[in-house]
Design a protein around this ligand. Structure first.
Ligand code: FAD
Ligand code: DHB
Length: 393
């Protein structure tokens, strides 16, 4: 097999990249470890920045998003049992964010790939195992893998490592080339999907003595809720009653606001980490999305950052194939990292503002509350939050 760009992984980064390349007339092939059903059902993020929504429309994959996405013009920060709204439309030039589950984005992108016009030049292979990258520092890289019981070889000009944090692309770079920057957090999130109408039109980020809680949603019938928990929390210790009890405590207000409960249909624990490798490129291999960086989920940036990376990569590849220019590709890592580090800062900032750390003392708690008070009462501070939350230009 031969293609121009071999893409490892059919997550948001890989699928968006391949469609962007299609629109530029550049051929690609995606190798995905899992089945179609698995990637279309995996529950993950749910919040799309303004620019991610726009890109879906530009690529012609925004029909369901337009019908089912829930536009949010603000969020609520809740502390001392009181609600404080941050108005994005007013503070961030009319921009807003949209709630639309990541696995719905994946379904839309996969459906676009399977259309005949795209499929011919952009094969999407599921259940490819033992993917290995070869000659990545030469002009003729290639990929070998197992598919349907036989060993295959894919020759290409470039490889896009879009295979997430646990993929093989990053670890295919020779030792000593990449520098890692990371930070672990001493907590995780216990997330549930519940058949319960969301108790608020907008997301609620709650600071509480018992720990952080987040109210989000997936549709007018389904709530998505998160609780700060131990990083290795044992789900067996969290029957539904205990989860609701804890959410009720952490989200309670003084004004009689009610949290609607309902059957829990999905439960999971997510660890939290900040992680970046530099540079995001070696030879003909370009890392994009979670394969190069991870943010803690507070602020919902992971998916959106993956999309921002592949826009930069597609522009570089577009310039290369149309004029032979290599300058944009040469700047790929530096261009992406400017955004990556700003998003790392914002995700860390939201995380430290809202969570309880095991070694916090009363001083730290007072400092957090003072910062929340400042963020919700100063236009400059709330504008900074709004501008980062809807997505930096
Ligand atoms: P991924 O989505 O991880 O896609 C990588 C793809 O590569 C996968 O389909 C994988 O199967 C495939 N792959 C892996 N290894 C190989 C291999 N060897 N060969 C071939 N294919 C391979 N972000 C938020 O903003 N908000 C959230 O609430 C949130 N919750 C999350 C919950 C969980 C449990 C996880 C894991 C992540 C969450 N994220 C969240 C982060 C967000 O989902 C990611 O940032 C986003 O999926 C990154 O997209 P990606 O395409 O870079 O990587
Ligand atoms: C969601 C996840 C987040 O991490 C966040 O900050 C907001 C919303 C969600 O899954 O809906």
């Amino acid at each position: 097999m031969r293609t121009q760009v071999a893409i490892i992984g059919a997550g948001p980064a890989g699928l968006f990249l391949s469609l962007l390349l299609d629109r530029l007339g550049i051929h690609s092939a995606i190798l995905e470890l899992h089945t179609r059903q698995y990637i279309e059902e995996r529950v993950r993020a749910g919040l799309l920045e303004h620019a991610t929504v726009q890109l879906m429309h530009e690529l012609g994959v925004g029909d369901r998003l337009k019908r089912q996405g829930l536009e949010h013009g603000g969020i609520e920060l809740r502390f001392n049992n009181r609600a404080h709204r941050i108005d994005f439309r007013e503070l961030a030039n009319g921009k807003c964010v949209t709630i639309y589950a990541q696995h719905e984005v994946i379904k839309d992108l996969v459906a676009a790939h399977l259309q005949e016009s795209v499929a011919a030049n952009h094969p999407l292979l599921f259940e490819t195992t033992d993917v290995q990258l070869h000659a990545i520092d030469s002009a003729n890289p290639y990929v070998t893998f197992q598919h349907n019981g036989s060993t295959e070889r894919l020759d290409c000009d470039f490889i896009a490592g879009c295979d997430g944090f646990h993929g093989i692309s990053r670890t295919s770079v020779p030792q000593g080339v990449l520098t890692t920057y990371e930070r672990d957090y001493p907590f995780g999130w216990l997330g549930i999907l519940a058949q319960a109408p969301p108790s608020s039109h907008e997301l609620i980020y709650a600071h509480h003595d018992r720990g952080f809680a987040l109210l989000s949603m997936r549709s007018p019938e389904i709530s998505r809720l998160y609780l700060q928990c131990a990083p290795d929390e044992n789900l067996a210790l969290w029957p539904d009653d205990r989860i609701w009890h804890e959410l009720q405590k952490r989200l309670a207000t003084h004004d009689g606001w009610k949290l609607t409960e309902g059957p829990v249909v999905q439960k999971g624990v997510t660890g939290m980490r900040s992680f970046v490798v530099e540079p995001m490129q070696f030879g003909r291999l370009y890392l994009a999305g979670d394969s190069a960086h991870i943010v803690p989920p507070t602020g919902a940036k992971g998916l959106n950052l993956a999309v921002a990376d592949v826009r930069v990569l597609a522009a570089g590849l577009g310039a290369f194939y149309s004029t032979g220019a290599t300058d944009l590709l040469a700047q790929y890592s530096a261009t992406c990292l400017r955004r990556v580090w700003k998003v790392q800062r914002f995700s860390w900032w939201m995380t430290q503002l809202l969570h309880r750390f095991p070694d916090d003392n009363p001083f730290d708690q007072r400092r957090q509350l003072a910062e929340l008070d400042y963020v919700t009462s100063s236009r400059a501070a709330s504008q900074s939050l709004a501008e980062n939350y809807v997505g930096l230009p």
